[in-house]
Design a protein. Structure first.
Lengths: 354, 301
């Protein structure tokens, strides 16, 4: 499976360009973008251009970007497919919710614990999953996605999880009497987490560990021969990937103020995977696009469905999922390497010769 | 004791459905190396077609062949139109296309026939016999029809030139092309047959789980598990795997129920049986990664 993801020369190309990118550092316009995003509560919030509802939407988009990034580290850079990352999302969300609800912990202090818990769960799951490849791993992770919501409903855990009812928590107020609404403050928290996590991911990918991950993806046998401990690398990658998704889950619980087993159904895992592939597998920028896709496609699919129904006068009432499916298939036709991959190859064709 | 037999019998009946779904998955897998995640929704759509035909007043035994023919055509068309341009695409792109197909079939069924649960008449006559307490007529019918389909497919692949050509195309496309087999059409034919087998599974299971767009979600998962347990490269193994998973699932719930009755401690119930059955399947796979009946592939370095 790993070898079919990229052709040989393409991988070399990308490895070379990745090394050049690493030397160059992050381009200035990305920092400008982050600074602009950080100032949004001041620019948009104070003037009333952007409502609290939109800040919530933006926060969710960033949260999904972190989750997509986590899956991308595993699937894109290490070649292990997962249909069950919603499970780690759920674990992160529940760890945070239980710590806040039952032990009255400070919400920011729960984040590292949730991340650590997810790392351990991911590592422990990744260890036996080492023997499984391709479709078998897909089934194992699929089972994980089914199992975790059922575990959350399990009768003997109810004192902690409150069963199907879920757990309500409350949005924290901004500290130091900052003139921000809770939604705006949480948006800043989420943004800061995302920036840190993306920088860490970039460093991982360009480090010795990252090269080992990619070597295992492209040529498992050659990687072993070169002295890479592939069992260790693969299970640690699984853990790191789970850690990212767990953080996303924990942040989701805080901004959503609610967790329940049914918020983490199998569809969430699929949405994260679709986000990773649509955004662009094995690219960091693809994770941002993927997060955007996960959060906004449903809304736009809904609007597009209404528009189509109005224009065409169909005898049946279309559902948004039809448009969603058609969009997925068309995107895969036009950009099999995702949106980020599509733009990169377009740029390679039109860039000035150097 | 009778209860245990009952559970085994209904496990076998469900297993027949899982076996058919597993077989449909394997048929597509051996020739293209793809797991068709939309298989369950395609079967669900076919079951709705059959329901519609019956609703219009056609007898079941005319509606079923018509449904099978329709599914065959749909399967061929999907391969020719949607998957043909993706033969060289990365695996993950194909997975996403399957997810897209799943979404389309699911939402179209919901849009055309609504999400309300519909009863589906059992096509088998209701009669009583010696073992009536253990197994119902519809369950016997399910097992018989599944076995019949399997036998027909076996004969098709074993004894007809077309079946031989399809096996050749799946086994070694390049050589098959050299001896004059139209490999592309063989793939499309394989898709059509898989869709047909899936449609039978959908129609047979509809009276049990009732007709609604979500009805195949769990069944696809069991079929997938069955295919992997039996060995995804072996059709016979997939069928056996389907039956194994069916019985296993019911045994898990039954043992949990017995344990609760004996000791009063609730360990496993209907809510957890899917999880436990899947965990067992995964344990088997970690110990024997090629499945129970699959052959180990040797990689050339």
């Amino acid at each position: 499976m790993a070898t079919t993801m990229t052709t040989g020369t393409d991988t070399v190309d990308r490895a070379v360009s990745a090394r050049i990118d690493a030397r160059r550092g992050t381009p200035w316009w990305i920092w400008l973008g982050i600074a602009f995003a950080a100032l949004l509560p001041l620019i948009g919030g104070r003037t009333g251009l952007i409502s609290n509802f939109y800040f919530l939407q933006l926060s969710l988009m960033i949260v999904y970007s972190i989750a997509v990034l986590g899956l991308n580290l595993l699937t894109g850079f290490n070649g292990q497919i997962s249909l069950g990352h919603g499970a780690f999302f759920a674990v992160g969300a529940y760890v945070t919710a239980i710590l806040i609800d039952r032990y009255e912990m400070y919400y920011l202090a729960t984040l590292p614990i949730a991340m650590l818990a997810c790392f351990v769960v991911g590592y422990l799951f990744g260890r036996p999953a080492l023997r499984l490849e391709g479709h078998y791993l897909a089934l194992a992770t699929f089972a994980l996605a089914i199992a975790v919501p059922q575990f959350l409903k399990y009768r003997h855990f109810e004192p902690y999880t409150h069963g199907v009812q879920g757990i309500n928590i409350f949005k924290p107020d901004p500290p130091f009497g900052m003139p921000l609404s809770p939604d705006q403050w949480l948006y800043l928290v989420v943004l800061a987490c995302a920036v840190v996590m993306f920088i860490v991911a970039r460093n991982i990918v360009h480090s010795r560990m990252g090269r080992a991950m990619m070597a295992i993806r492209d040529q498992p046998l050659a990687a072993d021969t070169m002295g890479i401990n592939s069992a260790r690398t693969k299970s640690i990658t699984f853990g790191i990937s789970a850690l990212y998704v767990g953080l996303a889950g924990a942040l989701h619980a805080i901004i959503f103020e609610f967790v329940s087993p049914d918020s983490f159904r199998f569809e969430l895992s699929i949405a994260i995977l679709v986000g990773a592939v649509i955004g662009g597998i094995a690219t960091l920028s693809g994770a941002v696009i993927g997060g955007f896709f996960v959060q906004f496609i449903e809304k736009y699919a809904d609007a597009a469905t209404k528009w189509v129904t109005q224009i065409v006068h169909l005898p049946i009432e279309l559902e948004p999922w039809t448009i969603y499916g058609i969009v997925l298939i068309l995107l895969m036709y036009t950009m099999p390497m995702g949106v980020a991959g599509g733009f990169a190859s377009l740029w390679r064709k039109i860039r000035p010769p150097n | 004791m009778e209860q245990l037999l009952q559970q085994v019998a209904s496990g076998l009946a469900n297993g027949a459905i899982y076996a058919l779904v597993a077989l449909a998955l394997v048929m597509i897998f051996v020739s293209t190396n793809h797991i068709n995640f939309a298989q369950g929704e395609m079967a669900m759509f076919s079951a709705f077609i059959c329901w519609q035909l019956i609703h219009w007043g056609y007898p079941f035994w005319i509606a079923l062949p018509a449904t099978m023919l329709f599914s065959f055509v749909i399967g061929v068309l999907i391969e020719r139109i949607i998957l043909r341009p993706l033969h060289t695409a990365p695996l993950l792109s194909v997975v996403v296309v399957f997810i897209g197909l799943l979404a389309i079939f699911h939402s179209l069924a919901g849009a055309i026939w609504t999400h309300t649960v519909k009863p589906f008449p059992s096509p088998f006559p209701n009669f009583s016999f010696a073992g009536s307490g253990i197994i119902g007529p519809h369950q016997i019918g399910m097992i018989l029809v599944a076995v019949l389909i399997l036998a027909l497919l076996f004969c098709f692949f074993r004894f007809t030139p077309l079946g031989l050509a399809m096996r050749a195309a799946a086994l070694n496309p390049t050589s098959a092309r050299l001896v004059g087999i139209n490999v592309d059409w063989m793939l499309a034919l394989g898709w059509g047959l898989a869709a047909t087998v899936g449609s039978v599974a959908g129609v047979l299971v509809a009276p049990v789980v009732y007709l609604e767009p979500n009805m195949m979600a769990g069944i696809l998962l069991y079929g997938f598990a069955g295919a992997l347990v039996g060995g995804i490269s072996s059709p016979g193994g997939a069928v056996a795997g389907g039956f194994i998973v069916g019985v296993l699932e019911n045994m898990v719930a039954y043992l949990g129920y017995m344990l609760e009755r004996a000791t009063g401690f609730y360990l496993i119930g209907n809510g957890e049986k899917l999880t436990v059955a899947l965990l067992m399947v995964i344990t088997v796979l970690t110990l024997k990664p090629s499945g129970l009946f699959g052959h180990v592939t040797v990689k050339r370095v």
